[in-house]
Design a protein around this ligand. Sequence first.
Ligand SMILES: [Zn+2]
Length: 287
Amino acid sequence: MADYSKNINERLTNRGPNVGYCAICRTHGPLTKDHVPPKGCGNINDSVISHVYGNNSEKPGRPVLSQGGSHFRTICGRCNNTLLGTEYDPALSDAVRGVEAYFRVASASRLTLPRTQLFDYQPNRFLRSMLGHLLAANAVPDVTEKDRVIPLDDALRAYVLDPSATLPDEVCVYYWFYPHRRRVVMKHSAMGFFGGNGAVIYGHVFKFFPFGFWVVWDEQGDRSKRFNLRRLTDSSSVISASSRLLLDLSQLPPANFPEAPTDNGMWLVTDYRVSQAEDRTRRIPPI
Ligand SMILES: [Zn+2]
């Protein structure tokens, strides 16, 4: 197992071992492939998973072909099929389809888009679905070691696994309209600031059409306020609660937000914790 851990740190991979510690419930057992985002969000075509910043000459991580959508073998069958697939994913897929349907109608009727638009959704299931798949993404290093204490991920796991829990105070989930097909996951990344005396905004980034999410952990200060992002909250502890999601349709962040900061910012990542996926448009040689 030590060699396996060493190897996965040297290249990008979406395939965990057949048996390991589930990236969500941490139970040891057979691992299954989790679509990130779920299939109901349109993640069904053969995809190429690659590094966000291109290949590193010292660790030439070749793009990985992922058949039938981008997926990661990192979670157990129960978390995959029951917890996410049955309990939470329909809420995320419904919200994605609601936004898609709105834009289909708007483009067909050539209406001028409003500055904001409301969409029906179930916030508690929506959030848990998104966070569950985020835990599964780029998580191959997490499934080989039993005791990986990572406060942000521990907090997210507890929230995803307990349908009556509320989002911990240390976790802030920002979101924005992301009208792009490139799917991006950046785990344990941080935004720093020149002259910031070491202050960073640390967390996970997850982007897939039509949403961008930035899951920030225990931010000190208010540096994230400058981006004017909206925040997802769970207004009730009832898992089936419904609400309306407000999406800003104008003055969007750039496609490469937040990983290409301007204004005296910097972006810090660990190579194998960041990846992007796109539908395959041309044939690449088998790995
Ligand atoms: Zn599990």
